[in-house]
Design a protein around this ligand. Sequence first.
Ligand code: SAM
Length: 328
Amino acid sequence: MTTALTDNFGRTIEYVRLSVTDRCDLRCHYCLPEGYRDFQEPAEWLTFDEIERVLRVFAELGVRRVRLTGGEPLTRRGLPELAARLSRLPGIEDLSLSTNAVQLKKFAGALYRAGVRRLNISLDSLRPDRFAAITGGGHLGKVLDGLMAAKTAGFAPIKLNMVVMKGVNDDEIEGLVRFCLEHGFTLRLIETMPMGATGRAAAEHYLDLQEVRHRLADTFELVPAVMPGGGPARYVQVAGTSLKIGFITPLSQHFCETCNRVRLAADGTLYLCLGQDDKLELRPLLRAGIRDGELKSAIRAAVAHKPERHEFREQPGKIVRFMARTGG
Ligand code: SAM
């Protein structure tokens, strides 16, 4: 019998976002610099055995949900095997994946069989040339193939994540809504965050999603909605349809008071907040032979000091690490 993992603000942590690599096969300009190669070496990553152990300990501390992310998680060799190991852990009830879907056609079936059920897929544009420009040369066709393979494999829900940028892709929001209506996907619109130099540069394209919500209401009849496991997004539904649209608004309306998550980076750094530097390095502890009981105490102590909130608005220069490094 364990007591829940709680912080000093009374929040219960039941969700781990697990980055399995900081590498990515796209270079979205707001995320990683063009030509960026300063990645961690694979020897710095936690091994599958180490990840499984840490997640087992988290599950014993009350964590129920795990999301595989990165970088691009599908670039880590053997991901379906890791997924299968994590989905078998006692206590883990929900295993999901965030991906750019470039390689999803190949992996969708294996991931579903491994126990992954929910997918978040990044998709900022449905125009091949614009998609290539935003992602540093990505092929939209591969992503669409991946999306259709995911549908066929049975994933539900499939949520499309669109980072909305003024003058870059904000003229495509209604098009994305229609695409999701047609295919039964959920749409989530995201404000750019000032993470790393790239995220800060993207701030010139920042668009307040409260405005976008009003704009969408001119075209679609929107009613308030809830999404089970919807995380930080605030949802509306297009009346008379099953389409839900989520707004992730870290800048215009932050949601830190309900934060229930921590992030484990590929190298074993446990970040307590996406927008703060507070962390606990787990890899040295694991490789020094720490026992489970001590590991639990170290995690409890770190989580207790989870920062109250990010300061993306007040201190946009604070976070120098890229989103891909933390695990988006
Ligand atoms: N590669 C996977 C994917 O594409 O979903 C997982 C990692 S990616 C870093 C996770 C999400 O972070 C993506 O939806 C991406 O668009 C978003 N992202 C990256 N940098 C961002 C930034 N500066 N502001 C807002 N969203 C960002």
